[in-house]
Design a protein around this ligand. Structure first.
Ligand code: SF4
Length: 317
């Protein structure tokens, strides 16, 4: 197909068409130059093309924030929700339409603040969806307010003398929730790793939570600068059951074999801040998946009418 963005309706019309990455781009992303959200969008488009996902068979759900513009830029169905509420919307969608591939895109000010309650419960429900937390450590859309993941001491409009508290750690938080089944971390400036992590998350059956460290040159230009410049500040988590992207072993000398089934080591690694760690911290596909365990057998139209009449009869006078 051509690389010119085309409409969802046109794509639906030709179900046999082979789609390339640019076919999934609805329009140009309106983010600042150098924003890490562009890298995330590119990786997502690559994944969609690799899997040949039909645009009418998937949906992108977001909350509010810079990264939450995502559904506007992907050639699929989408729901640009309200602040912090992407996960309950996506969970409801998955339960109503289990055949859809559901992707969720949130920012740190969205998921880890006003959406924190939903985040914890959606993790526990473990519905089958791919969840991207684009973490730039700041509220960007509303122009520079401290978020829960803002580094201690970082000055913003709401904390002009610097953030007073240690930041919330999204990996630790997610790994602390019972029934969490997939937790990974990657970075927008390592595209091969970002893509491979997305692929692993998509293939996982359950709630796949990826924290994507995301550069915001506008408001947090320094927070990842050291790691972007010098790969020695980063350690790759490697394992045959983890993220395996070609060529990264040459770039990142620091590597650690970590079995993603080892929850205790995953929690210990998530807590450490001596290096930035990229890879799958935890993965277990044996955990209950809510959209599967609550599935009810199909009911015929006649049976539905019978059940309704039975209910009405209860109120007959
Ligand atoms: Fe990206 Fe930051 Fe600009 Fe938002 S403010 S679009 S996060 S660079």
């Amino acid at each position: 197909m051509s690389s010119i963005p085309i409409s969802l309706l046109e794509l639906e019309d030709d179900a046999s068409a082979c789609l390339v990455a640019d076919d999934y781009q609805k329009k140009e992303g309106k983010w600042c130059a150098g924003c890490g959200d562009f890298g995330a969008l590119n990786a997502v488009k690559r994944l969609l093309a690799k899997e040949q996902l039909r645009p009418e068979k998937m949906a992108f759900v977001s909350g509010i924030g810079c990264s939450s513009r995502f559904p506007h830029y992907v050639n699929s169905y989408g729901f640009h929700g309200i602040h912090g509420r992407a996960l309950p919307i996506a969970t409801g969608l998955k339960l109503a339409r289990p055949e859809l591939d559901v992707f969720v895109v949130m920012g740190d000010g969205d998921c880890t603040s006003i959406g924190a309650g939903h985040w914890i419960h959606a993790t526990r429900y473990n519905a089958n969806m791919t969840v991207l937390l684009l973490d730039n450590n700041i509220y960007g859309l509303t122009k520079n307010q401290t978020s829960p993941t803002t580094p201690q001491g970082h000055a913003s409009n709401t904390s002009p003398r610097g953030s007073l508290l240690p930041p919330l750690n999204p990996l630790q938080t997610t790994l602390g929730v019972s029934n969490a089944s997939f937790v990974a971390q990657t970075a927008d400036w390592v595209p091969a790793h970002l893509y491979a992590t997305l692929q692993a998350a998509y293939e996982h059956k359950g709630f796949s939570f990826i924290r994507i460290l995301q550069r915001c040159p506008k408001f947090t230009p320094d927070v990842f600068a050291k790691q972007v410049k010098d790969p020695d500040y980063t350690e790759l988590l490697i394992h045959e059951d983890g993220v395996n992207a070609p060529g990264l072993d040459k770039l990142f000398k620091a590597q650690r074999v970590h079995d993603p089934k080892d929850i205790d080591e995953a929690r210990a690694l998530a807590q450490r801040d001596d290096k930035l760690r990229l890879g799958i911290f935890f993965k277990d596909a044996s955990f209950p998946v809510y959209d599967e365990i609550r599935a009810v057998p199909p009911v015929s139209a006649e049976e539905k009418v019978n059940r309704l009449n039975k209910e009405f009869d209860r109120y007959a006078v």
